[in-house]
Design a protein around this ligand. Structure first.
Ligand code: NAP
Length: 313
């Protein structure tokens, strides 16, 4: 069979970048076509320098996507909610990708999604505040609601439920912070519940596995590297950093009040994961994730690779 092209939205980012690297590490089956808004950015020029085909496209512009998807067998679709904090814009981008994939006759789309938490926590459920008038966890609900956009467009889609990136301990400000007692702690409103986590790089490697599984078209599948409690993650960080890291379990309402942009959204998100923990972990089978991606990292293995990047003052 000839090499099939996978067009990758977010190729300069965490999820899409992992997929580009998974494809280039396994030549012969797929070829990566990396999409970026800016061909001259450092990340885009690095990809081109590594021999990857890089093309310009913007998910706000459907015509640019149609050109970028033309002739592709598969498309990886991801949005970056945190760049604009707008459900409407994220869903318009999903619609543009779905419509373009349909127009290009793409045979397998992966939509990087998350749960519409309102199926578990209706808006009148007072356990957590309603945000932006009609969401409980805007960056989740937005993606989950957009699953239907891909179905309505009639594109052959696998909905891929991703998990908390352990890389958030490096890049998203969630790493260990020193408390008044001088001891490092990670703060999460998860109680004793388990948090499915994953090395961001493994999302792309799992997506590579999904593209090799056309039987997963029309299905929703979830991935994670491990399901760990806050205490277990703190113990892993303690071993890796060589100094004590504690787990500071706070109530979700305290987390929501932290004041950083998106604190209310993330507070609700962690509460959803805590309150519906059996469902949430069950939707992200470790054995299934490993079947897609035999290189799947455990938290300890991820820490061994990345502990030096975790900012600790
Ligand atoms: N952090 C977590 O724990 C976590 C867990 C699960 C899901 N997520 C979700 O992951 C998503 C972000 O994915 P990521 O972490 O892979 O992103 P990322 O590393 O922050 O990079 C963003 C990527 O999106 C591309 N992009 C953004 N806007 C675009 C547009 N209008 N047109 C074309 N490309 C665009 C950027 O490409 P250029 O700049 O090169 O154009 C870049 O490649 C978020 O929606 C978030 O909710 C995050």
């Amino acid at each position: 069979m000839s090499v099939r092209t996978i067009a990758i939205v977010g190729a300069t980012g965490a999820q899409g970048g992992g997929l580009v690297r998974a494809i280039t590490a396994n030549p012969g089956t797929f070829a990566a076509r990396a999409l970026t808004r800016k061909l001259t950015s450092d990340k885009a020029t690095a990809l081109a320098g590594a021999g990857v085909n890089v093309v310009e496209a913007d998910t706000d512009n459907a015509e640019s996507l149609k050109r970028a998807f033309d002739g592709a067998y598969g498309v990886y679709c991801v949005t970056n909610y945190w760049e604009h904090f707008s459900v409407e814009r994220e869903q318009a981008q999903a619609r543009n990708m779905a419509v373009a994939a349909k127009a290009a006759g793409v045979q397998h789309v992966i939509w990087s999604t998350l749960e519409d938490t309102r199926k578990w926590v209706p808006l009148d459920d007072a356990r957590m505040p309603t945000l932006q008038g009609k969401y409980k966890v805007p960056h989740f609900d937005s993606k989950g609601e957009a699953d239907q956009i891909f179905r309505d467009a009639g594109v052959p889609t696998t909905c891929l439920l991703t998990s908390f990136y352990w890389d958030n301990f490096i890049f998203f400000g969630l790493g260990p912070k020193r408390g008044p007692d001088g001891v490092l702690a990670i703060t999460l409103p998860m109680g004793d519940a388990r948090l499915p986590g994953i090395a961001a790089e493994d999302i792309g490697r799992c997506a590579y596995g999904v593209f090799g599984r056309p039987d997963l078209i029309g299905k929703t599948v979830g991935i994670a590297g491990e399901h760990l409690t806050g205490s277990e993650m703190a113990a892993g960080l303690t071993r890796a950093l060589g100094q004590e890291v504690r787990y500071n379990a706070v109530p979700p309402e305290v987390y929501r009040s932290f004041g950083f942009p998106g604190a209310d959204d993330l507070g609700n998100m962690f509460q959803f994961k805590r309150d519906f923990n059996d469902y949430y972990c069950g939707a992200r089978s470790l054995a299934f994730s490993r079947s897609l991606n035999p290189q799947l990292l455990t938290f300890d293995a991820w820490l061994a690779e990345h502990k030096h990047q975790i900012p600790v003052d």
